[in-house]
Design a protein around this ligand. Sequence first.
Ligand SMILES: [Zn+2]
Length: 245
Amino acid sequence: MGPVLNGLIKLQRVENRLRAVKTKLARCRRGVLFQENQLRTLQNGLEAKQEEIKQAKLQVGRLEMDLKSRDEQIDKLRSHLNLARTNKEYSALLTELNTAKADDSKIETQVLELMKNVEVDEAACEEIRSQIELQRVKVDEIRKESELKAVELEKDIAEVQTEWDAQAKDIPAAALQFFQRVAETYDGEAMAEVEQVDENSQSYSCGGCFMGVPAEIVNVLSGKDEIVRCSNCTRILYLNKGENE
Ligand SMILES: [Zn+2]
């Protein structure tokens, strides 16, 4: 190992810190989005309930109009009943009247049912409105809090980024490109330490994916400052011999 690999190992440490603080910032922003979504869900719920109430009231209006014309019809039947000249005519009118009355009372029940639903829905709207108020306060608080936190985190990111740039400056372009490409694939983890499988064996494995690493590669790594990538996961391999501290 030499300056290139040692440089990459140091860069890996900075990369990890950079990713960690970026993750914190993302989490901080997601927290606000989550609370905003909760608020939106409540608002949508309120709108849906209000629409239900509106439709129910329209239906009540229609049924009441219907009842009015039916009542007129019933009055007419009653007066005809009084003027009936034969028993047959009388009983036919009576049947018609009773049917009309039965229909009427069915519609009246329907109206009462709808009005009861409206009442229940209106109470539910009140409840949702107060939940919305609470949630608005919460969103405002969390937004303010996370804005402050984000400013701090962005400052941290800029600082670590400066460190990263300084650390990357002396690494050859090709090596740096490898590093960045693998880092993108493995959430920042571009380097993998070659590990001895157990103390008594001369078998080695990649610390990133645990696949075997041939002894020749271990030889190359201990002799040269060369970029060797794991044939399985493509991470950049290095030996930990305490010399990269
Ligand atoms: Zn690997």
